[in-house]
Design a protein around this ligand. Structure first.
Ligand SMILES: Cc1ncc(COP(=O)(O)O)c(C=O)c1O
Length: 474
């Protein structure tokens, strides 16, 4: 291994030498794929040991690439919660598609600069094509969807708030919140993803401006309760401007009543954003798409490709039919950026980020190869496996406590409904290394949560999870 260059020569070693590194990485990925199912999904981490191992890398003493790659791979293998494991029934973190990994690699290697269209025309047009495709599947008119890829759902949701503020109060962009005649208020369900609080903090509307609307039966936002809150806020002089519906809540995968909320927004002159970071993927399946009915009435929609669309981390998207609104929210001109090309949008002038990576490629390649039908097949398979899981859990004495067409299964011990009990059960399952699940609180009620999110999961993995939770219970 001594022939591997270090120092500046390692930036771009001769072809044969670079080849060794590529081959090592390919072998490593093959090995991971073959062995992952036989490993524990996660293992306890000794933080001190981990920090010592990382601290041993002294950048004054460079190491050969093979050593660095092996060393880091070993650290990742030993300490990561393996979201690529067939029995990771966890948060919305997928096993990435092969083409997603390829897309990520090509994006890094070509490194197109996606700030200016003229620097990366193919990349910009590929992303625009994806935005139109997703928009159309979600129900926006053909070719009407605009938007941008984002680092994830939180950034897409931030973009939605900036767009809503800009469109509701044109003076917001120049003069800021102080030009508004009162306090802007937005509404999301108590089961929504709490990035809304961070977004309220960052946009300056303030955390107190987020109303977490109580959920009703089925853990869905109650339109009646929402109407009462809006009336009370208006009476107080506050300025309601945005309702956020969630299509696939983080805890229970439920979909808020989209038509009811869209109707209410129309009646009250409010904007509607749908956070479909997780559930938006269902738009690719004709069987699952009805669960999203009404989403097409939203002013903007968040969809995360790095959740149920199974591409590697770092790919969300904000979709809207309001391209002009985005252009206004992110308006800027500089002397140093390349001139705009006629008929093309420079991504940095209509999205939050400036220099950015080609996030859409991993989704583009995955879709190009699987096809929409391939995606639909996988999404429906996940839903079927979740049905199997629900049935097996119910048959062995667990109570299923959520209702969703999506593969998120929340279940509780009818004998002991405490948080401590469910927390201990989740820890026992995770500690066994056989599966990864989490405890969750749904409208105050403790439960366990298992989401079928890996395309590697099989019926046998579901059976093993059931066995693991039942052993934990005894
Ligand atoms: C419904 C929902 N919205 C938004 C987010 C935030 O997305 P990200 O983590 O990609 O920023 C999540 C994350 O799980 C989510 O479940």
């Amino acid at each position: 291994m001594d022939h591997f260059p270090t120092g500046r020569a390692s930036f771009d070693p001769p072809a044969g030498t670079a080849e060794h590194v590529w081959r090592q990485v390919v072998d490593l990925m093959r090995d991971e794929r073959e062995r992952i199912g036989g490993r524990d999904v996660s293992a306890p981490v000794d933080v001190r040991e981990l920090r010592a191992a990382i601290g041993a890398y002294d950048f004054d003493r460079p190491v050969a690439p093979a050593e660095a790659v092996d060393g880091v791979a070993e650290l990742l293998r030993a300490t990561t919660v393996h979201t690529t494991h067939p029995r990771y029934f966890g948060l919305f973190n997928p096993t990435p598609t092969l083409m997603g990994v390829v897309g990520e690699t090509l994006a890094a290697a070509f490194n197109p600069q996606l700030a200016a269209w003229s620097h990366a025309p193919a990349a910009a047009e590929i992303e625009a094509h994806l935005v139109r495709f997703l928009g159309e599947r979600l129900g926006y008119p053909r070719d009407a969807a605009a938007g941008s890829f984002t680092s994830g759902g939180a950034e897409a949701n931030l973009t939605a708030v900036l767009l809503a503020l800009t469109r509701t109060w044109p003076e917001y962009g120049e003069k800021g919140l102080r030009a508004l005649p009162g306090r802007p208020v937005l509404y999301a369900s108590a089961e929504s993803h709490l990035a809304w609080l961070k977004i309220a903090h960052a946009t300056g509307i303030g955390r107190e401006s987020v109303r977490l609307v109580p959920t009703g039966p089925g853990l869905r936002m109650e339109a009646g309760r929402l109407a009462e809150l809006i009336a009370a806020d208006r009476a107080r002089g506050d300025l309601p401007f945005l309702v956020v519906a969630t299509a696939g809540t983080t805890g229970a995968g439920v979909v808020d009543p989209l038509h009811d909320l869209a109707g209410l927004c129309a009646d009250h002159g409010l904007r509607l954003h749908v956070d479909a970071a997780y559930g938006g993927a269902a738009a690719l399946s004709d069987r699952l798409r009805p669960a999203l009915d009404g989403i097409e009435r939203a002013d903007s929609i968040t969809v995360d490709a790095h959740k149920w669309l199974s591409v590697p981390m770092g790919a969300g998207a904000l979709l809207t039919t309001d391209a002009e609104g985005l252009a206004e929210a992110f308006r800027v001109t500089t002397s140093y950026m390349p001139d705009e090309i006629r008929g093309a949008v420079d991504p940095y002038t209509s999205s939050q980020q400036w220099s950015r990576r080609f996030m859409g490629l991993k989704l583009f390649l995955s879709l190009a190869v699987a096809g929409r039908a391939g995606y639909a097949e996988q999404l429906e398979r996940d839903a079927d496996l979740a049905d199997l899981l629900r049935g097996r859990l119910a048959a062995t004495g667990w109570e299923i406590v959520n209702d969703t067409p999506f593969p998120v299964v929340c279940f509780a011990d009818p004998g002991d409904g405490t948080w401590d009990r469910h927390d201990a059960l989740a820890r026992a399952v995770v500690g066994s290394g056989r599966a990864w699940i989490s405890p969750v609180r749904l409208d105050g009620r403790a439960a366990l949560r298992a989401c079928v999110i890996s395309h590697r999961t099989t019926a046998a993995d579901v059976e093993e999870l059931v066995d693991a939770v039942n052993k934990a219970r005894t």
